[in-house]
Design a binder for this molecule. Structure first.
Ligand SMILES: NC(=O)c1ccc[n+]([C@@H]2O[C@H](COP(=O)([O-])OP(=O)(O)OC[C@H]3O[C@@H](n4cnc5c(N)ncnc54)[C@H](OP(=O)(O)O)[C@@H]3O)[C@@H](O)[C@H]2O)c1
Length: 317
């Protein structure tokens, strides 16, 4: 069966939040959700970039409702920013879904730490989203079928993971930092599913990945995707294995909206790096409950966020 976000069910009345929605996969996921009638809380760390992305959606979808997107500043590397953004979302009532997408994809060559003292890639990609999902749990539990989607990566099976050192205090490299952060993201997503089920919370946790999706194979959009000629040339040489970020957003949007998908599933492109969404098998390390439980403890300690499972379970309709 083929799948296309242009044939999504009508999402009128639904509200979703997307992190890192000013560019890349987060932008296209937001656009696809708005096209289907949803209202999207678009979040980014820079007001100007966020504004450019909202303008692009208005320009590309002129029939969308004037309030189809709502701006919210959210820096996932900063726990204070995560807490205050989540508080403002909670104040508005039910949330149908959150796409935990923002990420550093080109980590610094030398280890850096955030204002909260954590390694910046782990903090941005994994810890910030762990804190955000926990802070939004009660809002998700108030929706008829609340769902969170974590964005993993194929890279998790390409490099050994060190469960004892998720913040890479020793042996930092840009590649290891990226892979470790994505192992943590996916493992936390699967662990969230186990804990939500055990606690009887009516919220699903799904993990998805976009294959290999690159800007030089993606339509140019002012302020959102403006690749140089050189990048277009280089990215076109990878056409056989790569896809656009617009297509890369498909598995993420499907994981967020398809009612047939269940918590704990893993979704990605059909041909691994590209293609339409299909259910996939996550790498072994991300499915290891021991690794995930340890990461959950690390994330709780590092963020100070303890998910309100009991309170969320009481909100079951
Ligand atoms: N593209 C792929 O092939 C691929 C493959 C596997 C997984 N992924 C994952 O997919 C996600 C999106 O990747 P992408 O390809 O769309 O990358 P991208 O084009 O570089 O976009 C990344 C987005 O994350 C935002 N971001 C970065 N740091 C942030 C922070 N501290 N707070 C808030 N937002 C922040 C960026 O905002 P700024 O513009 O402000 O930097 C941007 O909106 C990432 O989690 C990545 O690991 C991508």
């Amino acid at each position: 069966m083929t799948w296309d976000p242009r044939s999504l069910p009508d999402l009128s009345g639904r509200v979703y939040l997307v992190t890192g929605s000013n560019a890349g996969l987060g932008y296209f996921a937001s656009e696809q959700l708005v096209r289907a009638g949803a209202r999207v809380i678009m979040t980014a760390r820079h007001p100007n970039r966020l504004s450019a992305a909202r303008t692009a959606i208005r320009r590309r979808l002129p029939d969308a409702a004037p309030d189809a997107t709502e701006p919210l500043i959210l820096d996932t590397s900063n726990l204070g920013s995560v807490r205050s953004a989540a508080a403002s979302v909670r104040g508005k009532g039910a949330l149908d879904g959150v796409l935990l997408n923002a990420g550093i994809v080109h980590p610094p060559r030398v280890r850096e730490t955030t204002i909260d003292g954590h390694e910046v890639v782990f903090a941005t990609n994994a810890l910030g989203h762990f804190a955000l999902a926990g802070e939004l749990l009660t809002a998700l539990a108030q929706a008829p079928a609340g769902r969170m989607v974590w964005v993993g990566s194929m890279s998790t099976s390409l490099t050994p993971y060190d469960p004892l050192d998720p913040q890479l205090a020793e042996g930092y490299s840009a590649w290891r930092a990226y892979v470790q952060s994505k192992v943590a993201t996916a493992a936390l997503g699967f662990e969230a599913d186990r804990r939500l089920r055990a606690a009887g919370v009516p919220v699903e946790s799904v993990v998805a990945h976009p294959g290999y999706s690159i800007g030089g194979r993606t339509a140019g959009i002012a302020g959102v995707n403006e690749p140089s000629r050189t990048k277009r040339f280089a990215d076109n040489l990878q056409a056989f294995m790569a896809q656009s970020k617009e297509h890369g957003a498909w598995p993420l949007v499907r994981a967020l909206t398809d009612p047939a998908i269940e918590g704990g599933e893993f979704w990605g492109p059909k041909s691994v790096t590209r293609g339409e969404p299909r259910r996939a098998t996550a790498s072994k390390i991300t499915r290891d409950p021991g690794v995930a439980a340890r990461l959950w403890d690390v994330a709780e300690t590092a963020t100070g966020v303890h998910w309100p499972f009991e309170k969320a379970a009481r909100l079951r309709r």
